[in-house]
Write a protein that binds this ligand. Sequence first.
Ligand code: URP
Ligand code: ZN
Ligand code: ZN
Length: 485
Amino acid sequence: MATTLIKNGKVISTTGVIAQDVLITDEVVTALGAPGYFAGAEQGADKVIDAAGKYVIPGGIDVHTHMEMPFGGTYASDTFETGTTAAAWGGVTTIVDFAVQNTGGDVQEALASWHRKADGNCAIDYGFHQIIGGVDEQSLKSMRYLVDHEGITSFKLFMAYPGVLYSDDGQLLRAMQTAGEIGAMIMMHAENGIAIDVLVQQAVARGDTDPRFHSLTRPSPLEAEATHRAIVLSHVAGNVPLYIVHMSAGDALAHVAAARHEGRNVFAETCPQYLWLTLEETLGRPGFEGAKWVCSTPVRSKDHDPDYIGRMGHGHQADLWKGLRMNELAVVSTDHCPFCMKDQKEIGIGNFAQIPNGIGGVEHRMELIYQGVVAGELSLERWVETCCTSPARMFGMYPKKGVIAPGSDADVVVWDPSSKTTIGMDEPGRKHHMNMDYSAWEGWVIDGKVDTVLSRGKVIVENDAYVGTKGHGQYVKRGLSQYLV
Ligand code: URP
Ligand code: ZN
Ligand code: ZN
């Protein structure tokens, strides 16, 4: 029996910041006590972590990653080993990745192949959502099987990428009806892909081929329209739980807020790239450099689009930060889908539509959202809620994950608010561990730092070193969402 004591820190939960010591026995938290309460146990403890002046938070949970995903003619460049190790460096102790069924493929075979990629390779715990890229009788049947037997209770559908992962409205409705019958959550990539493809073809025909046209051909009303349509379909299907992924636009968010105001089971996540990055400063850079930030939904203009339908005057980012404060946005994920510039993003030189879509960020979510706390956008409690606790509840992992409480997995991060982190790889001392040849966050300075990370009681990051092991991470079978109204 191994005992670890974390003493003198301030434990942050969704409800407050409290000076507390945390006692861990083997893989689980066994008790929290007033500072000094475990002084007796300290003598016999195998490890004592002094968190004086530091915060103690539940391990981060990133519910939207794509390790080794085949996409855009190549593969996401992080393996489960490299990606989960980078996640650990960023204070993340659980990821939920997406197993992909392509159109015509078999769902259970797709899932088996994701297990093969991850099994024995992960530094931290992991679960899976299932992408349904072809809604038909067989895949609908498989949805039931995955909920009943595989601990997979959430299914992503696509309103974008016609001919690849796209489902039409009838297919969306059928999958939602099945989800309603089995209690599952539908996750939606909400962009009107049919209209976007027309705009993309027109732009390319005009010779508008630079990376910035990736965003300009995906205007926010097409995210808003798809979001609204998904909400309507989930309503018609019987108030089926709906979770909009990677939300980037204020006008899309307004539809989620309205549905939530009506008491509907409609939820949404956003990602750091939409909260902090703008079209002007990233995609719009000269030449091909903007390709680094090509992802879908796209990074948007600092102002609302000219044809924005809804509230005006404060920009998408202000809308999203407000949405996080108001719980219109329940979760921050990363949509970690890294590609190198060399040989991967470069596929799209001369045609932005060929650039593999995705940004790597699993390592930096806790840092970048903490910077929102420093900037006065969020409270410490809300940082923990959106990055740790709500992801666990939303996707059926609570209280095993997402909270520091007796009986919970001892997934714990000690966070140092008095040290800084400079993200990037261009200069010595900068922080970057993802398998990419660039950082989308090069030079960003964070007023805080991941100090120590424990995964199920085992220290995996300390003293600026990764001390974890490949294969320590276990598969998490998830239950139904614990977040429903
Ligand atoms: O650009 C993105 N988001 N790539 C990953 C696939 C997806 O739609 O989430
Ligand atoms: Zn998506
Ligand atoms: Zn994604």
